[in-house]
Design a protein. Structure first.
Length: 115
């Protein structure tokens, strides 16, 4: 292996400053801070603002999105189309002229077959 081309891969302590949660792992990140870990050894320290201990997804404090509110917001912003009709909070499209004609043809064929 060539010398001086590989990063310095070593144990590093990552600390979440908002919750004082720390963990030791290996990394090649450069840092000037140091900390004494639980085993008594001194390791480089990387300060984090968000980790699994403070992120809303992992802590269960995640904000749930209101999908019904999004649909209402869409209709307020862009309006409803002329072919849609709201029934019990759902959007249902009216049949088009071509599909109505096809339905009439099918009814006529059934009547002819019965005779």
């Amino acid at each position: 292996m060539k010398k001086d081309i590989h990063p310095n891969y070593r144990p590093v302590v990552f600390k979440d400053i908002s919750t004082d949660f720390s963990f030791l792992t290996k990394s090649s990140v450069n840092t000037k801070d140091k900390i004494v870990w639980e085993d008594g050894k001194e390791y480089p320290l990387v300060k984090l603002e968000i980790s699994s201990a403070s992120h809303p997804f992992y802590t269960g404090k995640e904000k749930l999105l209101d999908t019904a509110g999004r649909v209402d917001k869409f209709f307020r912003r862009y309006g409803k189309s002329e072919n849609s009709k709201e029934v019990e909070g759902a959007s249902i499209k009216k049949p088009s002229i071509s599909s109505a004609r096809a339905a009439l043809r099918a009814k006529k064929k059934k009547k002819k077959k019965k005779k």
